[in-house]
Design a protein around this ligand. Structure first.
Ligand SMILES: NC(=O)c1ccc[n+]([C@@H]2O[C@H](COP(=O)([O-])OP(=O)(O)OC[C@H]3O[C@@H](n4cnc5c(N)ncnc54)[C@H](O)[C@@H]3O)[C@@H](O)[C@H]2O)c1
Length: 466
């Protein structure tokens, strides 16, 4: 078979750059600084929505308050972010005293609703981390509060802004494979990244909603965005067969464990200074243990998940999430009436170099690390063609494929920048993504297909966002 290679772009952030090319570093003239308050000063709050905002947007944005239930972590946050604003353990007091234009919500997932709603009631717009929320009742309450208050809530779906995902969206918009009829999407978390979810609150469903909500909400949002339709019905399977109760031995946490020699997952938190400063030194305030045993009995989420989604435009999706894979990566394939479009990332035998999985996880978590430029690939093959096309996408690996900066530019630097592929997400998109996970969880528990229209007042529509 003859292969044709196409280098679509040579710019560093190939597909997405042109769409989000706001003048970086250029201040918006005659506009006072946007007043920001943040609730949830953990790793995401202090880093991605904290220090990174201070470093890159201080000409237009000012932190006016920080809030958390942990006073020690609040003090660390001030030092880490290099800000001097007041800190609060009482959210209402913070918003009433500081009058922020926008509240950023980066708390434990199951508490997002409380702060999103209260911030809007007290007169602020909101930017929330994904997942928007963890169950359908909270989801409805957020939608109602937005309508009632007239305030806006943005959902920070950074994956959409990634270079490769943007390039896939661009290709799909050209309809190269005719009408899409089905999609295969499989995501593999490795034994470092996947395991990390089981060490802390993510392992408890009342806090994370399970990984079908906490993690897969990223992937469900991408599917909704790619397919450009609303999900209508979900059927799912899942189980906990590896982590949690499934091991013959368990300790209290890694620091106090008698089995460090024989546990492949032993993690010495003492070697990670940021984790020590953020979590270990502040355990005394709230008992939040960052290096919990991932074999602990309380873990009640799934570690293998399979979800089928039927969309209003009749597309059918087969999705899976694995949490103890030897390698971290994903594959997607769109089947259309006239062909097939595929892409992938980080599958070791598809790359020439051997990937160090531990280092890959560290890079994924470190949002500051933007180096490591390389190509990603999209394959396109038309039915009855003997030839296939490989579209190369030059990518930046830093911070979710370089998407993180483009997301923040759109929110802070220039909210009016052109958005032809509708990367921006509000509460309807936030709801549709988490509702797939919520419906999947219900489907597993109740052994039945679950309709999206059962869950909230949102009625699915063949065309997204109507
Ligand atoms: N988009 C992404 O790629 C991405 C990446 C990482 C995390 N996140 C999201 O960011 C959020 C925070 O995750 P993290 O990894 O920083 O977790 P974390 O555990 O490091 O931080 C959570 C913080 O919330 C605080 N908190 C807990 N309950 C609270 C409450 N009731 N009120 C106020 N504060 C409370 C904790 O004290 C802690 O400081 C989560 O919603 C997560 O899904 C998103």
């Amino acid at each position: 078979m003859k292969r044709r290679d196409f280098l679509t772009t040579t710019a560093k952030v190939a597909a997405g750059a042109a769409l989000f090319s706001s003048p970086l570093g250029a201040a918006i003239p005659n506009k006072s600084k946007k007043r920001i308050a943040l609730v949830g000063t953990g790793i995401r709050g202090t880093g991605f929505w904290g220090k990174r905002i201070v470093d890159n947007y201080s000409d237009i944005v000012e932190f006016v308050g920080l809030c958390d239930i942990n006073p020690g972590r609040l003090e660390f946050a001030k030092r880490q972010m290099k800000v001097n604003c007041p800190v609060f353990t009482d959210f209402d007091k913070m918003v009433i005293q500081t009058r922020p234009d926008m509240v950023i919500v980066t708390t434990v997932d199951a508490t997002h609703d409380e702060y999103i709603i209260r911030a809007m009631e007290l007169g602020s717009d909101v930017l929330t981390e994904k997942p928007m929320t963890t169950d359908e009742v909270k989801c409805q309450a957020i939608l109602d509060a937005e309508k009632r208050t007239g305030k806006k809530c943005i959902v920070g779906f950074n994956y959409r802004y990634g270079t490769l995902f943007t390039a896939i969206k661009e290709q799909l918009a050209k309809k190269p494979i005719g009408d899409i009829t089905s999609v295969d999407f499989h995501w593999y978390l490795n034994v470092y990244h996947g395991a990390d979810y089981f060490r802390r609150w993510h392992g408890e469903r009342d806090k994370s909603g399970t990984l079908l909500v906490h993690k897969a909400t990223h992937h469900f949002d991408l599917l909704n965005w790619f397919i450009d339709s609303d999900p209508v019905e979900i059927m799912a399977y899942g189980d906990l067969e590896h982590y949690g109760r499934n091991n013959p031995f368990r300790g209290v946490n890694c620091r106090n464990c008698a089995y460090t020699d024989k546990c492949n997952y032993y993690w010495d938190i003492g070697k990670d200074q940021l984790a020590v400063d953020l979590y270990v030194k502040n355990e005394k305030y709230d008992g939040y243990i960052r290096d919990n045993c991932l074999w602990r009995e309380e873990i009640d989420i799934y570690d293998k998940m399979s979800v089928q989604i039927k969309y209003a435009n009749n597309v059918i999706v087969n999705y899976s999430l694995t949490t103890y894979s030897p390698y971290e990566g994903w594959r997607i394939a769109f089947n259309g009436k006239e062909g097939r479009l595929e892409s992938w990332e980080d599958i070791p035998w598809r790359r020439e170099e051997k990937i160090n999985q531990a280092r890959l996880h560290a890079t994924e978590m470190n949002q500051e690390n933007g180096g490591d430029t390389r190509y990603d690939e999209i394959f396109l093959m038309k039915n009855f063609d003997r030839d296939y096309q490989m579209i190369k996408v030059e990518a930046s690996k830093g911070g979710h494929g370089g998407g993180d900066q483009r997301l923040q530019d759109k929110i802070f630097r220039d909210p009016n920048m052109p958005d032809p592929y509708k990367h921006s997400a509000g509460t309807r998109d936030g709801a549709m993504a988490c509702l797939i996970g919520i419906a999947a969880r219900k489907s597993i528990e109740e052994h039945r297909p679950v309709k999206i229209e059962e869950l909230t007042t949102i009625q699915p529509h063949p065309t997204r966002g109507v």
